[in-house]
Design a protein around this ligand. Structure first.
Ligand code: ARG
Length: 483
């Protein structure tokens, strides 16, 4: 036991920020595609799932030593943009779009559908506009502007969450790469005609047919994804191409994978769809169509505001309430998101998210801040002694040993989470560490007079603190020193 706890503590103290990382990935390229919202559409609470789960999977693969490319496959292509451009030209106003891009564009889009009921020629105009857009004609400027304005809004949320990307190559990026993929499908005898459209028949594989070209020759979502997968293989030579996308798209990804396989690509097996269930709100499912949209940005801001109130109420010591409220508020939402097995549907509940005593983000962060406060109280000299050689016989008691064991397991847990594409495995483990830490803190007197004993115990505190911080980082969360 003594040797074990000594090894663990020394290892963590020596590796610090690197503790939990391994190099089983050995620099091999992996793609994690996540978030991928549609431009000019609300960035709502439902998008939290792909965004936060995907970011954590990226962090986990990064910690495993893979060379990860983060891609935001924006939904920035399709006939709806023809409609939006027509609507903007008729009823639009530049100032309104600038002030509130997504809400305004959405409003035009809705108006288009209302008006098109009365005047069906609008639909033809939209189609023609989209065709011109596809050919890079003046419409492109407007589309580019819608895209930029939408991205500004998305980026505000990504910044709050501390998320960034290596590439925003979305659907439109593949428009000039589609003819080649269609040609290839033809050559490989995979395209058949069906009611004027071109499809790949997947019936022999128990899947519904995949439409590749509409009767007017325009491409579809899956056509873009085929071109995209091939482009990614050519560009990044990925070992795994991971798509963090809702389980509603299971069929789409089965079709995609099967078609690539039929095209003879052995790497089709490396197309990994990581699905997840639905999030709903306590007052019923959120739905874009019924206009009951809850914006993700509003949720994060509310979490920050409520956390600020709780902090004030509790009168806890922090240097900077604003900064702490942001770390804890946003962290609470992120942690909650990553607490459940991703495939499970879950109900978003404010009480649960911000419960400082439950198995929540605030609880873990609070435990972290407590460990930081112990070190502050101990003083710099004592801490630096603890970083020297320790006598492990003082940290083999039941709760100390249990804590050391959990800290020891972090690197294994990260690998397991990566292999299962399941960040909740990390989340659960950090809760375990936090609970074990609190038990240790409760059972043992840490800042004792005996210097040897104090040093050993402080060393274990530093190790646990480090493990919690590194674990939280893998979820995309910060660790506040005071709370
Ligand atoms: N934009 C799509 C949506 O909001 C998700 C894109 C998923 N990624 C992909 N490569 N198909 O539903």
């Amino acid at each position: 036991k003594e040797e074990f706890v000594k090894d663990v503590v020394e290892d963590v103290l020596q590796k610090e920020g690197e503790y939990g990382k391994t190099n089983i990935g050995d620099g091999i390229p992996v793609i994690v595609e996540f978030s991928s919202p549609n431009i000019a559409k609300p960035f709502h609470i439902g998008h939290i799932r792909s965004t936060v789960i995907g970011n954590s999977i990226y962090k986990i693969y990064d910690a495993m030593g893979y060379k990860v490319t983060r891609i935001n496959h924006l939904g920035d292509y399709g006939t709806q943009f023809g409609k939006m451009i027509v609507a903007y030209r008729r009823w639009g106003n530049e100032e309104d779009v600038k002030r509130e891009p997504i809400k305004t564009l959405l409003h035009y889009y809705t108006k288009f559908h209302v008006e098109a009921e009365k005047d069906p020629t609008l639909e033809d105009e939209a189609r023609a506009t989209f065709t011109r857009l596809e050919h890079g004609e003046p419409e492109t400027m407007l589309w580019q502007w819608f895209r930029d304005e939408s991205l500004k809004e998305f980026t505000r949320v990504y910044d709050m969450l501390g998320i960034s990307y290596d590439s925003y190559a979305g659907e439109s990026f593949y428009s000039d790469k589609m003819p080649a993929i269609v040609e290839e499908l033809k050559k490989k005898n995979l395209l058949v005609e069906s009611k004027g459209a071109m499809i790949v028949d997947l019936e022999p594989y128990g899947l519904t047919p995949a439409p590749i070209l509409k009767s007017d020759g325009s491409t579809l979502y899956i056509t873009r994804d085929l071109a995209c997968a091939k482009y990614r293989k050519d560009t990044y030579n990925f070992y795994k191409n991971i798509y963090v996308v809702a389980s509603q798209q299971n069929l789409h990804f089965q079709q995609l994978k099967k078609i690539l396989e039929l095209m003879g690509y052995e790497w089709a097996k490396d197309i990994i769809h990581v699905p997840f269930g639905l999030v709903s709100l306590e007052d019923g499912t959120m739905s874009t169509r019924e206009g009951r949209v809850v914006f993700l940005e509003d949720v994060l801001n509310r979490a920050i505001a409520e956390t600020r109130d709780i902090i004030r109420e509790k009168g806890v010591a922090t240097d900077n309430i604003e900064e702490t409220a942001k770390q804890v508020g946003v962290g609470a939402v992120v942690f909650n998101e990553l607490s459940n097995n991703r495939i499970k549907d879950y109900v978003f509940s404010w009480d649960k998210v911000l419960d400082f005593n439950g198995e929540t983000g605030p609880y873990v962060q609070y435990t972290y801040a407590r460990s930081a406060s112990i070190l502050r109280n101990a003083g710099e000299e004592a801490v630096s002694k603890a970083r020297g050689t320790i006598n492990p016989s003082y940290i083999t008691g039941e709760s100390a040993y249990a804590l050391a064991k959990l800290v020891y397991k972090l690197p294994e847990v990260v690998i397991e989470a990566g292999e299962k594409y399941e960040p909740s495995i990390v989340t659960r483990h950090i809760v375990d560490i936090a609970q074990a830490f609190n038990r240790f803190y409760h059972d043992e007197h840490i800042l004792v007079d005996n210097e040897e004993e104090r040093s050993a115990k402080l060393a274990l505190v530093i190790a646990a603190k480090t493990a919690i911080k590194n674990g939280l980082a893998l979820l995309g969360m910060e660790a506040p020193e005071r709370m």
